[in-house]
Design a protein around this ligand. Structure first.
Ligand code: IPE
Ligand code: IPE
Ligand code: MG
Length: 264
């Protein structure tokens, strides 16, 4: 996958091509995380049942995964189902699980072809058995791929992840009979994202200005980009807009602005 693939997949003179040409390929975010929101409202606006929004959202997932792979973005994390989403009607949850299974079954060959490694973040064991088998098969098949790392946050909660990490630390301490010295690096190694760089860019679709329990620990210094576009309408174009905006940010990490650094 390469820059050439993007040029091949965008028409000369199109908005996508113009946006792509504004991206500095040497300064891409190493990890993009996305809160895929607004499927229900997308469907409602068209007089369709909510689940039709979820169905249409799959095409956006496909395009964003493929575009990140082509750009050589190292890590993409998509928030697909939160621990709080079980509050939704049973019929909607069932469709979401079914779509997930279908997506994996249909996309596995594309993931393999594009050297994409697939991983799940979340409490896997609480998901239906048939979904877990499909997810495990996907992770196993793509395990040795070395291109894009594609994480799906599923039955995921930021607070659940932090409490799970605490439980792991306690269990380890009990097993070895010794209280560990805990620092940030030690703690991060017990999260679902152990070994994965924090997101540089966090995108939320459909205009809501909240985090909804996503990657609470990891987004400490992520740049946030929110669009009013609903997830089923989110494509390359919006992704490129987010990256261009990201590249204009001055990431200070508590320090001072880049423009004043040399004169300070
Ligand atoms: C995002 O769309 C998908 C999931 C949370 C699973 P929503 O279903 O939340 O759509 P809205 O926010 O109700 O429009
Ligand atoms: C966040 O969206 C969860 C996912 C995208 C999976 P929600 O639609 O569940 O968030 P709230 O309820 O608007 O905060
Ligand atoms: Mg929502």
């Amino acid at each position: 996958m390469s820059r050439q693939d993007i040029l091949d997949s965008t028409e000369e003179g199109s908005i996508e091509r113009q946006l792509f040409e504004k991206i500095d390929i040497s300064r891409l975010p190493a990890h993009i995380a996305v809160i895929m929101d607004g499927n229900g409202r997308w469907a409602k606006g068209r007089g369709l049942p909510r689940v039709e929004g979820h169905r249409s959202g799959i095409a956006s997932v496909r395009e964003i995964v493929e575009t990140c792979a082509r750009l050589d973005v190292p890590i993409l994390t998509l928030y697909a189902f939160s621990v709080e989403n079980w509050k939704r009607p049973r019929s909607e949850v069932d469709v979401l699980m079914k779509l997930l299974k279908q997506y994996l079954r249909l996309e596995l060959s594309t993931l393999m072809k594009n050297d994409i490694r697939f991983q799940v973040l979340g409490r896997l064991s609480e998901l239906p058995g048939d979904v877990v088998s499909e997810l495990e098969a996907g992770m196993e098949r793509t395990r040795d791929n070395r291109g894009l790392l594609f994480n799906i946050a599923l039955n995921y909660g930021g607070r659940a992840e932090i409490t799970d990490a605490c439980q792991r630390i306690v269990n380890e301490a009990l097993a070895c009979g010794e209280a560990p010295k805990i620092d940030e690096a030690f703690f991060a190694q017990r999260l679902y994202t152990a070994g994965i760089a924090d997101p540089d860019l966090m995108i939320r679709t459909s205009g809501e200005l909240r985090i909804s329990n996503f990657l609470l620990w990891q987004i400490a210094y992520s740049e946030i980009w929110v669009t009013d576009t609903f997830w089923p309408d989110f494509r390359k174009r919006e992704l490129f807009e987010a990256i261009i905006d990201f590249q204009k940010r001055d990431r200070r990490y508590g320090g001072i602005a880049a423009s004043t650094r040399s004169t300070a």
